[in-house]
Write a protein that binds this ligand. Structure first.
Ligand code: UD1
Length: 372
């Protein structure tokens, strides 16, 4: 390590983290004062949930792999804390950056903060208000202890203030996911994944589902499958199936129910192929967090199968609507007739978030050095 550089840990554990740390890694690697290291906790480990993203996003192999793997929340969080604490004791990074809301986010923030290492949270302040979601607990815990809170939207700033976080630790930097997309836009457009699957541009829908509330319960997953089959009568659908969902379909014996010539179940896709598929779609049905944002940015109607969202700006300004299994079919048909209009991209969702994060970090590092 170069002594004049600040060692910065970029922590990622699961699929939605990789596209958030990648633009940061690229930007910080070009800064003379920063030495970014990628820490992969290993919550996601299948090649198509992890390594494929590193390749697509131009990330180096992780500098440190904690190889935590699957388990209950307690097991995953506990093992991550133990392994990350040991790494921090050996290495003492100048800053720890955690992103998003997965178990790795909260676990590493806790481990680092208790060693009095400065922690920044990128994508701070999002709240669904639903504390039955493990991600909501991860968000609340992380934001309560982080030293610096980088937010994507005004609602996030407001949530943090309401929870008593002081103004001076809140900085609105915008949406880092858009940086990942814009960096790779030429490759995403060239991939033409829809055409590769024999689909017409704007002539198909994309489905993703993995939330426990949707996929772990037989009645709910069966109801969703019924609606997808009905919708497949109107529109070809491509459904990249998450490992949790694949396991649930097998366990609950729903394979036959999902058989329809217009409903294509495929393996999880890498970042470029998945975003290419979404970019060419006319409709997205999801329970993901990030896809609500990507569809708003791209102006593609998004139906989110959840009771709440931690990303309300995608509804108030974007293309997103919350749906239930009872309203999904009607709303999908309405969305197909009435292409999204009057939506706009939220402020600072502009592909320059990583630069703003780097500026913020540089100011804090210089401020701490001047005060010492
Ligand atoms: C996690 C995140 C969620 C995020 C999602 C994206 C938490 C609390 N949840 O949920 O916020 O939206 O990732 O995918 O952190 N599995 C594999 N291979 C893998 C990874 C997982 O087979 O590479 C299996 C696991 O064994 C487990 C299931 O998938 O059975 C769920 O994985 P897990 O990481 O526990 O949670 P996700 O549901 O993926």
């Amino acid at each position: 390590m170069n002594d004049s550089k600040t060692l910065i840990h970029l922590v990622a554990g699961a699929r939605p983290n990789f596209m958030k740390i990648a633009p940061l890694w690229h930007t910080l690697s070009a800064c003379s004062w920063a030495e970014p290291l990628v820490i992969h906790t290993g919550q996601h480990y299948d090649a198509n949930m992890s390594a494929a993203f590193f390749d697509d996003l131009g990330l180096p192999a992780p500098d440190h792999s904690l190889e935590i793997g699957s388990g209950t929340h307690g097991e995953q969080t506990g093992r991550t804390m133990i392994a990350y604490e040991a790494l921090c004791l050996r290495q003492r990074p100048g800053w720890v950056i955690v992103v998003g809301d997965v178990n790795a986010t909260a676990a590493c923030a806790l481990a680092a903060r208790k060693l009095c290492l400065p922690v920044a949270h990128l994508e701070a302040g999002l709240r669904s208000g639903d504390r039955s979601m493990p991600e909501e607990i991860n968000r609340i815990v992380t934001d309560a202890i982080a030293d610096l809170l980088w937010t994507p939207s005004p609602d996030a700033d407001e949530n943090l203030r309401r929870e008593g976080r002081p103004d001076q630790v809140i900085e609105r930097v915008g949406n880092i996911m858009i940086d990942a997309y814009e960096r790779l836009r030429p490759r995403i457009e060239a991939a033409a994944k829809g055409a590769a699957l024999g689909l017409q541009d704007r002539g198909y829908g994309v489905v993703t589902l993995h939330r426990p509330v949707n996929v772990d319960n037989k009645a709910q997953l069966t109801a969703i499958c019924d609606v997808l089959i009905a919708l497949a009568g109107d529109l070809p659908l491509v459904f990249p199936v998450h490992p949790r969902t694949r396991a649930a379909i097998d366990r609950l014996g729903l394979q036959d129910l999902l058989s329809h010539p217009n409903l294509r179940l495929v393996e999880p896709l890498g970042y470029v192929d998945f975003m290419s598929l979404v970019t060419g779609a006319c409709l997205v049905i999801t329970d993901s967090g990030g896809i609500q944002e990507e569809t708003t940015y791209l102006g593609i109607p998004c139906l989110t199968l959840r009771d709440s969202t931690e990303r309300p700006i995608t509804i108030t300004q974007g293309t997103n609507q919350l749906v239930t299994t009872s309203t999904l079919l009607t709303k999908a048909r309405a969305a197909l007739k009435d292409s999204a209009s009057g939506t706009r991209r939220p402020d600072l969702w502009d592909g320059k978030t990583a630069e703003r994060v780097a500026d913020s970090l540089r100011r804090h590092i210089q401020g701490a050095a001047a005060a010492a």
